[in-house]
Design a protein around this ligand. Structure first.
Ligand code: COA
Length: 625
């Protein structure tokens, strides 16, 4: 997910302490050290694959022009020099890419984290409809997160695998007790999980008012559900007024504006302390006010919007601190989910945590000994100067424009799930991606640069690379599918080739042999070496290849939920999906300000493409597949 890269980046990344350098405890350290280092792919291989990846995206004439530029890069010595620089960097660092990626994809990215970077997760609707139910569920959820935290702290979290290989577990150490902090040119992430006295509190926000809630007893045991419930009731009871300044709205702004407002805000000692308390807290729980009711059909999409941005300054957007890594959202009407700040981790670890928490909330309450009365959770005070008020007003305006601009459609495709492609000996993920190519082609009559996140966690401190889903084979298939002169058998052969090409690209990407991060590395190396940016990166074809009209990601979960995120270009779509056994949960987003895109329309075409491909497979003898 999140294919953006600061296009205008023209200076080397200053080395700030990356979150990845937080010291890991013993057992995991041993596991981490056993993981391979991310390789730097051979230059020639990447350039060949880059030229191939351009084929479905540009005309033959444009391709011939780019071919010359690529050849020049290859033969002039420029490419080799940069490649050597990258290889040197790989020898000197744990992961040649991870810090660069953290800086360029996240911390130097200046658009608001809301919609543009932070994904949301829509959890299944809970069956409570009142405050009691809301607080009881929130209490249980908090207990569930603390239970997960104990596995992280005790190093009992099972090591994960992909394709039979162990994965890097570092991201699990980055998501609790951490927070993004805005900076004038680049942000940073603070992480308090491994400090001498790690935090023992969470933050709870209700009616825009923040509270520090200690969640451990003095003997170090976590509070029980009943204790947490009582504390939440106290918080609820002392934050009934809704006329408070929504201080959290500040975190929704453009990062440069927020950085200025932040400096201004924390000039005041009380404000600084309150902000630090939020930053240090293990996580945040947002007790949301009810959102406007919509039809059942629209309700999941409405919840997705609530998770992504909170609904605007008049609704729940002020009930957040968007820089906080983990914010669990529980609303009075049973809607719940999460929004997370993306810099420290990818979706899969977040969803693994959610799977654990959702299962935990289903457990019956334990009968515990009588409760010791606990002190009132501390309200975090903010002194709102006229300047701060002005910053809040400006942030509100920008946010409300963003809220109106986001078009999000969540739907359940219920005709089949991953079992169907599996039964046909096809990769489910590749099947869905090829269907998405067909949907797009039917809407726009061509292919577009398509990004799918591939995990690089087989490598130490690995994050992601890009699977380019628009391939020569996917274009041949979608063209063939739309060609009434072609027999079904021919179409199925093209489908099989397209799915295989996608699966092969996936294998290449997760094994560190994809092209996107390598090309980025070569470009950043040129910037670091203070040499002029090579023409290959100034070429129109490169801009087209990096303009991801489709930014997609599979985030599988055991829970029947779906992750959602915004498009990465103004005229693009964000598509996230969770393939379950017999259905697929999808979230599609677009911007209303772009006349050419429409989330519901793409969703419709996607459903049709999936059905048509299934039909095609059914109507063609299986032995041929
Ligand atoms: N025949 C039968 N079954 C097949 C098959 C075939 N030809 N190909 C794959 N399968 C099976 C797999 O064995 C797997 O089985 P399981 O459900 O028992 O585990 C299942 O189908 C799914 O495989 P597939 O659909 O091919 O995808 P994947 O699980 O390998 O995932 C990616 C592919 C790209 C999503 C994954 O490699 C990845 O990188 N995930 C991380 C993405 C990420 O970080 N996203 C978040 C960004 S914020």
């Amino acid at each position: 997910m999140l294919a953006f890269i600061a296009k205008s980046m023209a200076r080397p990344a200053r080395l700030v302490k990356p979150v990845s350098l937080v010291k890991l405890p013993g057992r995991y350290l041993a596991h981490q050290e056993g993981l391979p280092q991310l390789p730097v792919p051979p230059l020639q291989q990447t350039l060949n694959k880059y030229l191939l990846a351009l084929k479905p995206l540009i005309s033959q004439e444009e391709w011939d022009h780019t071919h010359k530029i690529v050849e020049d890069f290859r033969t002039s010595g420029v490419g080799e020099r940069l490649q050597k620089g990258l290889e040197r960097r790989a020898k000197k660092t744990e992961n040649w890419l991870s810090d660069w990626w953290l800086q360029t994809a996240y911390l130097e990215y200046r658009l608001p984290v809301v919609v543009h970077s932070s994904p949301g997760v829509v959890l299944p609707k809970q069956d409570f409809t009142d405050r009691q139910g809301q607080l009881r569920f929130a209490a249980k959820l908090i207990e569930g997160v603390l239970d997960f935290k104990s596995m992280v702290d005790n190093e009992t979290l099972p090591v994960e695998y992909l394709g039979g290989k162990q994965l890097c577990m570092n991201q699990y150490y980055q998501i609790l007790s951490s927070c993004r902090v805005p900076g004038p040119k680049r942000d940073s992430v603070v992480n308090y999980s491994q400090v001498k006295n790690p935090p023992t509190h969470i933050t709870v926000v209700h009616n825009f008012q923040f509270f520090q809630l200690d969640v451990y007893n003095s003997d170090g045991t976590p509070l029980t559900t009943d204790q947490i419930f009582n504390q939440l009731e106290k918080i609820w009871g002392t934050s009934l007024q809704t006329n408070k300044e929504p201080i959290g709205i500040l975190t929704t702004n453009h990062r440069n504006s927020w950085a200025k407002a932040y400096n201004n805000l924390i000039k005041d000692k009380t404000n600084k302390e309150s902000v630090r308390t939020i930053q240090k807290s293990i996580f945040t729980v947002c007790l949301d006010a009810p959102m406007p009711r919509v039809s059942n059909e629209l309700s999941r999409s409405r919840v997705a919007a609530q998770m992504l941005h909170g609904g605007g300054s008049g609704l729940n957007s002020g009930n957040r601190w968007f820089d906080k890594t983990l914010q669990f959202i529980v609303a009075e009407d049973g809607s719940c989910g999460l929004v997370y700040e993306h810099a420290p981790a990818e979706g899969p670890p977040i969803v693994a945590l959610l799977d654990h928490v959702v299962e935990y909330t289903k457990k019956p309450d334990l009968v515990r000994s009588p409760m010791i009365p606990l002190p009132m959770p501390k309200k975090l005070r903010f002194n709102i100067t006229p300047e701060v008020k002005n910053d809040i007003e400006k942030a509100k305006q920008n946010l409300n424009i963003m809220v109106h601009d986001l078009d999000v459609k969540v739907f359940v495709f219920d005709k089949f799930g991953k079992n169907f492609p599996k039964s046909e000996k096809l990769s489910p993920d590749a099947f869905i991606q090829v269907a998405l190519q067909l949907a797009y082609y039917r809407m726009y009559g061509g292919s577009c640069a398509t990004y799918e996140s591939a995990s690089l966690r087989m490598f130490r401190l690995g994050r992601t690379d890009t699977i380019r889903s628009a391939t020569v084979q996917s274009l041949e298939f979608v063209q063939g599918m739309e060609d009434s002169g072609k027999q079904n058998q021919e179409k199925v052969d093209l489908l099989r080739k397209a799915i295989l090409a996608h699966r092969n690209y996936t294998d290449m990407a997760i094994n560190g042999k994809a092209i996107d991060r390598h090309l980025l590395g070569l470009k950043l190396q040129a910037i670091e070496d203070l040499v002029s940016i090579p023409e290959i990166f100034m070429d129109t074809a490169y801009a087209i290849a990096m303009h991801f009209n489709l930014s997609t990601s599979q985030v599988p979960a055991k829970t029947d939920c779906v992750m959602c995120f915004g498009p990465v270009v103004p005229d693009g779509y964000g598509v996230c999906y969770n393939p379950m056994e017999d259905h697929i949960n999808f979230a599609v987003s677009a911007y209303n300000s772009c006349a050419e895109t429409n989330a519901a329309r793409l969703a419709h075409y996607l459903e049709k493409a999936l059905c048509d491909i299934q039909q095609l497979v059914h109507n063609t003898p299986k032995s041929k597949l």
